[in-house]
Design a binder for this molecule. Structure first.
Ligand code: TXA
Ligand code: MG
Length: 333
């Protein structure tokens, strides 16, 4: 049985947070909202608790977890050798959607790092997340609270549909603000390398610390095993139409409709009258796409689409993170 507690995101009820914190302290699993997506939390220093996270998600054991801390002092429990560049990023972007990969300290449960000598850490901005960690008084390991390979959850209902019965508690704090996961930056390489693009952009990072690489493939990405797994996929096949690709999206959808139900996510208004056609129209902005993309993929899945056509946006700025997720969702299509 999974308990669900409704919280006020701006002013979370202390007694409910305390209930969640005591579950974390006793080795249980609590899903909670962050400013990016919902996380599935466990005490990062408790090996058995962390293993339960992998079991509940069906997550491959070689994919390490992000540790969430409440304050700068808590970082010192989990990570070592925090460089001047890392301190500059912490000052500029924490609390917020930036995860730093640092040297791991031995007290962190081993499976958090999946055998690596590093640990990924972030300090979330959301009130519920930060109060939960503060009251639990222990760093919280939390991957996104979805079954492995599914789109990340941006509502408590998404978490329930993937993990009901497999975890102890869901803190329902409404829809998450940003909608896609944090930027993951490897601080153990020089220059630092982006392992996963996110809401904090490459430009913002290099403004703060100088050159930052983008680990597109190959060696750098071996440091982040998770990025090689298939990700963010609904049941339906996803077809991504990149910005500036030739051909008409309307024609593509009409052709696909001959084979079965089709979903569409994009900013074009296609006016296709067909009972098998379902469109979710977004504004042409990275903010709107980020906030809606995972729930749109889930919703079209539920409405029975065989194929979901997604209209891409520009790769500029925050758009890079959105397009990264869409390309992964479409991979193999
Ligand atoms: O916004 C987020 O980051 C959300 C919320 C809940 O904080 N969490 C999240 O966790 O997206 P997850 O597990 O879905 O993604 C973690 C990513 C994976 O790509 C994983 O491979 C990478 O971080 N990662 C974790 N530890 C790492 C490490 N020590 N070295 C390299 N990459 C690591
Ligand atoms: Mg995830």
């Amino acid at each position: 049985m999974t308990l669900v507690l409704k919280l006020d995101a701006a002013n979370p009820q202390p007694e409910l947070i305390e209930q969640a914190a005591s579950i974390i302290r006793s080795g249980g699993l609590v899903a909670f909202p962050t400013e990016t997506v919902y996380g599935l939390g466990a005490d990062a220093m408790n090996e058995r608790a962390v293993q339960r996270v992998f079991e509940a998600k069906g997550r491959p054991a070689d994919n390490p977890l992000i540790v969430h801390v409440w304050d700068r002092a808590m970082l010192d429990l989990v990570a070592d050798q925090v460089s001047a560049k890392a301190e500059a990023l912490i000052a500029a972007f924490w609390p917020g959607p930036l995860t730093l990969v640092l040297k791991r300290r031995p007290l962190v449960a081993e499976s958090v790092s999946a055998g690596l000598s590093t640990v990924a850490v972030r300090m979330p901005r959301s009130r519920i997340a930060s109060e939960l960690i503060r009251r639990a008084a222990t760093p919280i390991a939390a991957p996104s609270a979805n079954r492995s390979g599914r789109p990340s959850p941006t509502t408590a209902a998404h978490v329930a549909s993937d993990l009901e019965g497999r975890i102890d508690l869901i803190l329902d704090g409404g829809v998450t603000n940003i909608g896609i996961e944090s930027t993951v930056l490897d601080m153990t390489s020089e220059p630092p390398a982006i392992l996963r693009p996110g809401w904090v952009t490459r430009e913002q990072l290099s403004d703060a610390i100088g050159t930052v690489e983008l680990a597109e493939s190959g060696d750098a990405l071996k440091h982040s095993p998770g990025t090689s797994h298939k990700h963010y996929s609904p049941r339906a096949q996803v077809l991504l139409v990149e910005l500036n690709s030739s051909g008409s999206i309307r024609q593509l959808c009409s052709d696909l409709l001959k084979g079965g139900p089709v979903g569409f996510i994009g900013h074009a208004r296609l006016s296709i009258e067909d009972p098998g056609f379902n469109a979710i129209v977004l504004r042409d902005s990275a903010e709107d796409y980020a906030r809606s993309i995972y729930s749109a993929l889930r919703e079209l899945d539920e409405r029975g689409a065989d194929v979901i056509v997604v209209e891409g946006i520009s790769d500029e700025g925050e758009g890079a993170a959105v397009m990264d997720r869409l390309r992964r969702a479409a991979a193999g299509a």
